[in-house]
Ligand binder design. Structure first.
Ligand code: T6T
Length: 350
């Protein structure tokens, strides 16, 4: 593994815990906490036996729908697991929906159908900061409590709470790790998703800011994969052909990073390091293989859990936190087996 020993100390220090926190591509995945409870035999509080406590409990009979950015993405599956655990604990019913691609075109009809069903609360990862603003406002106007999870809106104040990683900071972490791996010289490329996604836009912003602090690194800028690993792989092979000085790549999300690494493998390129955002099973396999040198893992389970808790607090008329920022773990081959790192890996199913 190139540069691993040298960056190990730096990366070990970047295990961050937020102060206040702890894909198959299937269309419209849907599962409820109530269904899971049936399977496990645990009981939801009945109408005659309402739950007594406040935000730590007291979900009562609330119905909550989580609308993912896309179905089948290990990040959103892990978020679903946290949301489902919290819903079960608090006695609420959770339904989970997600489109077959990360786009407003796929997400809008799902949101409209959910609004028509009229759950008490919607947790949603908007796929575009602008395109989802009015449709989410329509949910609020229909009396539905809205919590933003992961991505946000141009005006997030219409939601009672927004829970996400600090994505600018995540981009900075990626730049520092990549610069170290590159020996602070050579050309660097960002493989991003699409413009207009708050999280990945902010990751690129943080990356660009931090990488400008390394005078011998030539930042080539970003290219967009449309969340398709095959497109990310093509971007990498084209850049390798055009830029012999390419030494580092930052993939801003699971599919961009996975595809970028595949592109590098296909090209048989040597001496190019990759830092990827997220920590899906395939990304971890690429890390073990030595194809990828570092992964910046978010806390999707925690985002889901807190999303449900904030929604229920709002429905109960209790205090709600307008903004919650969750933390990161930087994962390398050296710390992969650490128990807290194993806990940070994303799951394929709950
Ligand atoms: O990186 C996550 C998420 O934070 C982002 O908003 C979209 O992509 C992922 O779901 C990973 O695929």
């Amino acid at each position: 593994m190139r540069g691993t020993t040298r960056i190990a100390a730096l990366l070990a220090l970047t295990l961050l815990v937020a102060a206040c926190a702890g894909g198959s591509g299937d269309t419209a995945a849907s599962e409820t906490a109530a269904e899971t409870e049936e399977e496990t035999g645990s009981e939801e509080p009945s109408e005659e036996e309402p739950s007594e406590e406040g935000s730590a409990a007291g979900g009562g009979d609330y119905s909550i729908t989580l609308i993912q950015g896309v179905a089948g993405d290990n990040f959103y599956i892990s978020m679903e697991c946290g949301a489902q655990a919290a819903a079960e604990e608090l006695g609420a019913t959770l339904d989970v929906q997600g489109g077959d691609e990360f786009s407003p075109t796929a997400q809008l009809p799902i949101l409209e159908a959910v609004i028509a069903e009229g759950p008490d609360a919607i947790l949603i990862a908007p796929t575009d900061t602008q395109a989802l603003q009015a449709p989410i406002q329509a949910a609020v106007d229909a009396g539905i409590t809205v919590v933003l999870v992961d991505t946000t809106l141009e005006d997030p104040s219409i939601a009672v709470s927004a829970i996400a990683s600090d994505n600018v900071e995540g981009g900075r972490l990626a730049a520092e790790a990549l610069a170290e791996l590159m020996g602070e010289e050579g050309a660097a490329l960002v493989v991003n998703v699409n413009p207009g996604i708050s999280t990945t836009d902010q990751r690129e912003q943080g990356f660009a800011e931090a990488i400008s602090g390394f005078p011998d690194i030539n930042y080539l800028g970003q290219e967009f994969s449309n969340n398709e690993p095959s497109r990310a792989a093509e971007i990498v092979s084209a850049t390798l052909a055009a830029e012999p000085e390419l030494r580092g790549i930052f993939g801003t999300n699971l599919f961009s990073a996975e595809g970028a690494a595949t592109g590098l493998r296909q090209a048989g390129a040597e001496g190019v390091s990759i830092v990827g955002f997220d920590a899906g099973p395939e990304q971890v396999a690429q890390l073990e293989e030595g194809l990828v040198q570092a992964l910046i893992a978010q806390q999707p389970n925690e985002i889901g859990r807190q999303g449900v808790e904030q929604a229920i607090a709002a429905l109960n008329g209790e205090d709600v936190e307008a903004e919650i920022s969750t933390g990161y773990s930087t994962i390398t081959a050296d710390n992969l087996e650490d128990p807290e790192i194993q806990e940070a890996l994303y799951v394929a199913e709950c």
